[in-house]
Ligand binder design. Structure first.
Ligand SMILES: *Cc1c(COP(=O)(O)O)cnc(C)c1O
Ligand SMILES: [Zn+2]
Length: 434
């Protein structure tokens, strides 16, 4: 299939060579996406090929992203692929979470099992491979979170230099620690996120640095594998709902694009509905979808939430996400800090665990079931985006009743499980344990 870059704005329609180093449309400033002429091949045959690759020891077959490479064929040389065996994440039954949500069944696709602990790896393997293909020596992103952890790992694995730009005083510690450990040259700039992004764009052009921010269309291609692998694990049975958290909305865009392409190419015969869940203090997309006329996008100037991975007031990929929600008959929900914290504890009690942003899925699903939007008998798959160990401080505070949300709102330890201090006394401990 012939691969090229296309402007996402239908009114513009500009197309560009797949090797052009651009991140938005040079003509209109719109978002870009990778497109392919033709079809990847006969679905039944390719589904068999995907299965057989699970038995292979080839690194690109073991990767849960590149195993599906025919569905995002933007590279022309497999030697450019940089893989840490990302993807291959489990689909887990979470019965306790199901009853919490009022559903018969609740399944999670856990992207926290990735090499750096989040779904960013699914995208970064593609972005880093494109950087290698383009002959880049340095890559950069602006992020305090999972993107920098993932980018640093993939760049270092590929022999590229990772440059991580972080806004001053806005550091998620566990994730920053990963970026440092994976060799990211980390520059803390005295400016806010948007100012730094503008700065980094100028530096990228000036110094020939490749940008791996969330608008990078190749990262979106890689994130398609999340839902492709999920469907493979479901023997290509399409669930009724896919629930995921929404921050910059890149993942919503990727999953929606994958599903539309799979439908067009004959791999599935219907689309699941998407449910995107935002945190209440950081819910511009939710607000946009509520508004009747959908005029200008209601940017949140000071987004607030303890779920830092979705603390985004001006999501870059909203035009794509709007299309995916519309095309799939999807919905956008929002959840409070308390709802997210309690849902997270319920996911923990399944023996699964996740980071706060991921738990917005269960919180949102529960509200959508209560509102009659999701049927209790529906097949619902939630995408858990990040690993439980990304944010241990949040967990300890929740269970000990010390978690405080923005605005000094105390979070109740509804399902708290604090450690108990006991004397070194066998009888008293035995009495306590009953
Ligand atoms: C990046 C991220 C999100 C948000 O994804 P978007 O594509 O920005 O909507 C959610 N959860 C986790 C753990 C993340 O790292
Ligand atoms: Zn354009």
């Amino acid at each position: 299939m012939h691969a090229y870059l296309a402007c996402f704005q239908p009114e513009c329609g500009a197309t560009y060579d797949i090797t052009q180093v651009i991140y938005t449309c040079p003509r209109c400033g719109g978002l870009l996406e990778a497109r392919y002429d033709g079809s990847p091949g006969e679905p039944w045959t390719l589904k068999q090929v995907f299965r057989e690759r699970r038995m292979s020891n080839l690194p690109i077959d073991q990767s849960g992203v590149w195993r599906y490479r025919e569905l995002f064929p933007f590279l022309d040389n497999a030697a450019h692929i940089v893989t840490l065996r990302e993807g291959q994440t489990p689909l887990l039954d979470a019965p306790r979470a199901a009853s919490y949500a009022g559903l018969h069944r609740f399944t999670v696709k856990h992207q926290g099992y990735n090499p750096t602990g989040s779904f960013k790896d699914n995208g970064m393997t593609c972005g880093a491979s494109q950087a290698v293909r383009l002959g880049m020596k340095r890559v950069a992103c602006v992020s305090t979170g999972n993107t920098s952890a993932s980018m640093a790992a993939y760049a270092s694995a590929a022999g590229l230099q990772p440059l991580v730009f972080i806004p001053n005083g806005n550091i998620a510690f566990g994730k920053l620690a990963q970026a440092l450990e994976y060799g990211g040259q980390t520059l803390q700039v005295e400016a806010n996120f948007d100012q730094i992004l503008a700065l980094v764009r100028r530096l990228a052009e000036r110094l020939g640095i490749y940008l791996l921010n969330s608008v990078n269309p190749f990262r979106i291609e890689g994130q398609k594998s999340i839902v492709i692998e999920m469907l493979d694990q479901l023997d290509w049975r399409v669930p009724d709902w896919i629930v995921l958290p929404g921050g910059n909305l890149g993942n919503t865009s990727a999953i929606g694009k994958a599903l539309r392409e799979l439908l067009a190419w004959g791999f599935i015969d219907r689309l699941p509905r998407l449910a995107v869940v935002q945190a209440e203090g950081s819910a511009p997309f939710w607000q946009f979808m509520q508004s009747e006329h959908r005029g200008s996008f209601p940017v949140v100037e000071h987004p607030e939430t303890l779920a830092t991975a979705i603390k985004i007031g001006d999501p870059v990929s909203w035009p794509k996400a709007l299309k995916e929600i519309t095309d799939s008959g999807g919905v956008v929900e929002r959840a409070t800090e308390q709802e997210i914290a309690d849902a997270k504890a319920q996911i923990g009690l399944c023996g699964i665990g996740c980071e706060p942003a991921s738990a917005a899925t269960l919180a949102g699903a529960r509200k959508l079931v209560a509102a009659g939007v999701i049927d209790p008998g529906a097949e619902v798959v939630a995408i858990l985006t990040g690993n439980v160990m990304k944010d241990p401080d949040y967990i300890y505070r929740y269970h000990t009743g010390q978690l405080v949300a923005p605005g000094q709102v105390a979070i109740q330890a509804t399902f708290g499980n604090p450690p108990v201090v006991v004397p070194n006394d066998e009888d008293r401990i035995a009495a306590l344990l009953g």
